[in-house]
Ligand binder design. Structure first.
Ligand SMILES: C[S@@+](CC[C@H](N)C(=O)[O-])C[C@H]1O[C@@H](n2cnc3c(N)ncnc32)[C@H](O)[C@@H]1O
Length: 435
């Protein structure tokens, strides 16, 4: 039997914020308990919304309750946020939002709290000024943890507020047309034939298609035929910048779930591609994606920072390092990231990134190109990494990326929502040929 959406939403938010699970794990598990697609979409909308506005929901609740619900009652505290989010940010009629939330409290063993929950929600309805956060502390006003705000203020004195506001937006759905199977023009025509509104807003990349509405992509034309993949357009630059060719040996050192591996192979189907990831479980998705698109790579579960355990002696002409990172560039797409990441994670990630970069550099052929990529907006994971690397490697040169607005910057930093893209960073390094 299908379960109550509000109950599942409260549990998911609790699993993420209090238990440290990612929404990418918690949400599909909860959605599997629902039979109706509209309910599944509603669950996602509520969970993402609570993640986006958590500090304001906490602040509003604290103004209306003497103390928060704790211990075994914590899921009911999240249920309050679920109720308030619906009242403030969704077009659900107030009476339905309140009665459904109170009903959900009973399922969460909160029979004795239904009066309290009802009273809090009615007070939110009656006192809209509770949601006036103009003069609130920055963490509440901008709905981000203070440490992220501070790092953005240091790195982007002019743009930090825009970045925080961009992170509150819903990300569009981007597709990448597999031009081996269909042209971008024909795919666009197939979408139009089914009244699916879309755009091709990037002149340099007509295979990047943006859909106006979120969709079940498996229902779009040509999904089973491998006509397209889901991939943000910022990520679609990777294979293009790498300038891959059919006669090359190519390493994709952090490949799962395989979005960029498959793009590389779409552009150079005859290339010898080695696709590596440290997480064997995540490689299942790589195999699935390659199979659906009809592509072949040598897929290995291994640590990119320890080539002695997997490298077979053939230098690579191209290397893609899409390294593990803070994902601070994709908060609009994964709003829970801001609560899962901790400040102490950044130096740990930076050390792993530098190790992967140093180790894989030795596998690059003279004259070859390495593309370093992150979905981070933090200089410690981006420009600072490349500057430190260049200081230690006289055989490396930084190549300007044709799309970077200022050729003097170290690499290309795309900020979230710039041209509707995810936040991303790219640096192209070329290995000097021996004289
Ligand atoms: C940003 S994701 C890669 C996304 C992928 N390139 C795509 O476009 O679909 C980073 C990946 O690096 C993997 N990873 C982390 N540390 C690694 C290491 N030391 N060696 C190889 N892979 C690693 C993670 O398991 C994760 O799948």
């Amino acid at each position: 039997m299908s379960q109550n959406v509000r109950v599942l939403a409260a549990q998911c938010c609790y699993d993420v914020v209090d238990s440290g699970q990612s929404m990418a794990e918690a949400l599909p598990r909860a959605q599997a308990k629902l039979t109706n697609d509209l309910d599944k979409a509603l669950l996602q909308e509520i969970c993402f919304g609570v993640m986006r506005y958590l500090p304001q929901l906490e602040s509003a609740t604290s103004q209306l309750m003497a103390k928060p619900l704790v211990k075994q009652l914590r899921p009911l505290q999240f249920l309050l946020y679920v109720g308030i989010y619906q009242l403030k940010f969704m077009r659900i009629p107030d009476h339905a939002a309140i009665s459904e939330t109170v009903e959900a409290a009973r399922s969460l063993k909160g029979q004795s709290l239904t009066k309290l929950i009802n009273a809090v929600l009615r007070n939110v309805q009656r006192h809209p000024n509770i949601f006036d956060f103009e003069d609130a502390p920055e963490a509440v006003k901008f709905n981000h943890p203070g440490w992220i705000i501070s790092l953005l203020q240091q790195a982007y004195p002019e743009q930090w507020q825009d970045i925080l506001l961009a992170n509150q937006q819903k990300a569009p759905l981007w597709l990448r047309v597999n031009r081996n199977n269909i042209s971008a023009t024909d795919f666009s025509a197939a979408l139009t034939a089914e009244n699916i509104e879309h755009q091709q807003p990037i002149t340099a990349m007509p295979t990047a298609i943006m859909l106006k509405q979120a969709q079940d992509v498996t229902q779009l034309p040509g999904y089973d035929l491998g006509w397209f993949s889901v991939q943000d357009a910022a990520a679609q630059y990777a294979a293009i910048l790498l300038d891959v060719k059919n006669d090359q040996h190519i390493l994709d050192a952090c490949c799962a779930p395989g979005g960029k591996t498959s793009h590389i192979l779409e552009l150079a189907p005859q290339a010898q591609v080695t696709a590596l990831d440290k997480e064997p479980k995540r490689l299942a998705r790589v195999h699935e994606n390659l199979a659906r698109l009809g592509l072949t790579a040598k897929v290995i579960a291994a640590d990119a920072a320890e080539p002695s355990t997997w490298w077979q002696g053939q230098l690579f002409d191209r290397i893609l390092l899409d390294v593990p990172c803070s994902a601070t560039g994709v908060i609009r797409r994964h709003p829970d990231i801001r609560w899962l990441r901790k400040k102490a994670d950044i130096p740990v990630l930076a050390a792993i990134q530098q190790q992967i970069l140093q180790q894989c550099w030795s596998l690059l052929a003279p004259g070859g190109t390495l593309l370093y990529a992150t979905c981070s907006v933090l200089p410690a994971e981006n420009q600072q990494q490349i500057v430190a690397f260049l200081e230690q490697h006289t055989d490396a040169s930084l190549k300007t990326i044709p799309y970077q607005p200022d050729p003097s910057t170290v690499g290309w930093q795309i900020l979230p929502n710039e041209q509707q893209l995810d936040g991303f960073y790219y640096a192209l390094l070329v290995k000097n040929s021996k004289e």
